[in-house]
Design a binder for this molecule. Structure first.
Ligand code: NI
Length: 254
């Protein structure tokens, strides 16, 4: 039994077969999936999936890539949709200084606003942080995101930062990049982190783990992430699956 805490089944890459892929993953042992939204349309699509399948939940929010296109109503729309009982988090929100698709000041503004929305609604946050570690950490502290907690998804920061995040009521989530050859820093984080603070995910259709790197990713591949965590921590895959599933249920109140 596995919990894929971060997927994007509303993505065009699943246009032909999304229901089939979700159902197959569920049959293969993925007990729960959270579909993370990126813009208002994606929030609606995530909710539609969550209503179609009992085991699919939704996170609603505006991704840092999309904040440049978001109008004034977008935050109200997210707030309205977030009241649905299948919404378990505000996400994905955060900062992306790798692509810089939107001006950094605007990204920060949206990140802070959405943390405050999460606090109003008492929902945890799902954070996207790419090459923006210092600012991400600063904003979660400044906006007191620890009041609701959350997760840094596809974690790419340092061990020091991971320690700070745990002190701020955050979990760390790892995906396919943990299985890549250049994952040294992330392996170190996973080796250190208490198992009860770790989540696993796919971020599908992206970031496909080894040995399928290059192909389209889906939730069934989350088991390769669980296997890698088990290898690093020298514990059984069953323990990793059990504990990370319970961690996610605790964080997302499922
Ligand atoms: Ni994502």
């Amino acid at each position: 039994m596995l919990f894929d805490t971060h997927a994007h089944y509303d993505d065009d890459k699943f246009a032909e077969d999304r229901y089939e892929v979700i159902e197959k993953a569920h049959e293969s042992g993925v007990s729960y999936i959270i579909n993370a939204a990126t813009d208002v349309k994606s929030c609606e699509d995530s909710l539609a999936l969550a209503h179609r399948y009992e085991y699919v939940y939704a996170a609603v929010g505006i991704h840092p890539h999309e904040v440049g296109d978001a109008d004034d109503n977008a935050l109200d729309e997210v707030a309205r949709l977030a009241k649905d009982s299948k919404v378990v988090a505000i996400g994905e929100i955060g900062l992306d200084y790798y692509y810089d698709f939107a001006p950094r000041e605007l990204q920060k503004h949206w990140f802070a606003q959405q943390i405050n929305l999460a606090k109003e609604l008492k929902l945890p946050v799902i954070v996207h942080d790419r090459e923006a570690h210092q600012d991400s950490l600063e904003i979660i502290k400044q906006e007191k995101a620890n009041e609701v907690g959350g997760v840094f998804h596809c974690y790419s920061g340092s061990l020091e930062m991971a320690k700070e995040l745990l002190n701020n009521n955050f979990y760390i989530s790892v995906g396919g990049s943990l299985t890549f050859k250049n994952a040294k820093k992330l392996v170190e984080v996973v080796r250190w982190i208490p198992l009860d603070k770790l989540l696993i995910e796919t971020d599908c259709p992206y970031l496909t783990p080894e040995p399928h790197r290059g192909k389209r990713n889906d939730s069934s591949y989350v088991r390769f992430v669980a296997e890698k965590v088990a290898e690093i921590k020298q514990i059984s895959v069953e323990t990793v699956a059990d504990v990370t599933l319970n961690n996610a249920k605790r964080l997302f109140n499922i």
